[in-house]
Ligand binder design. Structure first.
Ligand code: U87
Length: 289
């Protein structure tokens, strides 16, 4: 019996869907690995001294906060809606942006991380005390550190949603999650390379999140260089696609972004604390063409 046009169409869709899944077995394996992710352990590994030592200018977190402060305040970034891609259980990445954008949306793949964020934003104390971070960003803004509590309420008032996301989907967020015009600015820290089995998958994920951003909007991308794994919890090794600066530039260009600025931080020996094998961190500011 010859197949009707609808049946033919359905079969082709199924096959194309099947094809994409097969290609991304690595993505499925990654998703399975992330089920063991431990937010509290992860925060201890990466967001306490020495990596988060606010007395040291060569510590990783102060470097990241300074890059974000400069990028959000140097005058070429504005708009209404800021979206953070792959927030994890952390809030540092929007402490400057919440002063510039009226609305902030946080996202993550894991419920355990979204819950950690909801706890703090709901006024509770999560697994980490963010006060030193809030004080440091206030100082960068020329305010006294006593303004940290104002910034905490500002952050709590401007974060409107904490949404599930999967950067490996052509539509990473549920449809209708964002206004039709999209976000005015995206920030994403250590996500894409930490969830992609290879460079091709990394580039596809970058393309997928780009669809969430309006034309002319900015992407602030922070990521690891030369990293092949990190600990997502005790004994939980999560593979990372090793990147170098050239690859980051090529991927942004290939995905329709104009690079505005790229900074690189090389880890001093005592920042290598055995929770990963990262050698450097990049900060890229790019504009969607
Ligand atoms: C952070 N943004 O800490 N789609 O900055 C979307 C997914 C998917 C998926 C998993 C990796 C940490 C990197 C946060 C969290 C970033 N997470 C989610 C870590 C590795 C270098 C280094 C790190 C951290 C997943 C700090 C410093 C350094 C995590 C997030 C990745 N080593 N999102 N399909 N799958 N995720 O739940 O929350 O990505 Cl200083 Cl050097």
């Amino acid at each position: 019996m010859p197949q009707s046009k609808e049946e033919k169409l359905k079969r082709m869709e199924k096959e194309s869907e099947k094809k994409t899944v097969d290609i991304d077995d690595g993505v499925v394996a990654m998703a399975v690995r992330y089920q063991g992710f431990d937010p509290a352990a992860y925060l201890q590994y990466n967001y306490t001294p020495p990596r988060a030592d606010f007395q040291r200018s060569d510590s990783i977190v102060p470097w990241k906060l300074s890059c974000l402060h400069k990028a959000f305040t140097e005058g070429d970034i504005d708009g209404d809606l800021l979206v953070d891609i792959g927030s994890g259980p952390t809030l540092y990445q929007v402490m400057s942006g919440c002063e510039v954008f009226r609305r902030v949306i946080l996202t993550d793949f894991l419920e355990v991380n979204r819950k950690e964020l909801k706890t703090w934003l709901g006024g509770g104390s999560g697994s980490l005390d963010w006060t030193p971070y809030l004080e440091y960003v206030c100082q960068l803004e020329g305010r006294s550190s006593s303004a940290a509590s104002d910034k905490a309420s500002q952050l709590r008032s401007r974060v409107t949603d904490i949404l599930p996301i999967d950067v490996h989907r052509q539509q990473p967020l549920a449809s209708g999650a964002l206004p039709p015009t999209g976000a005015d600015c995206l920030v994403s820290c250590f996500c894409l390379e930490s969830v992609s089995p290879d460079v091709a998958s990394f580039n596809r994920a970058l393309g997928n999140i780009s669809t969430l951003l309006r034309l002319g909007g900015h992407l602030l991308l922070i990521g690891a260089l030369g990293e092949s794994f990190y600990l997502g919890g005790p004994g939980l090794q999560i593979p990372v696609v090793p990147l170098d600066e050239a690859q980051v530039c090529n991927s942004l260009k290939a995905t329709g972004f104009a690079l505005v600025q790229l900074s690189v931080y090389t880890l001093p020996p005592d920042m290598r604390v055995g929770v990963d094998d990262v050698s450097g961190v990049f900060f890229a500011k790019a504009r969607k063409l």
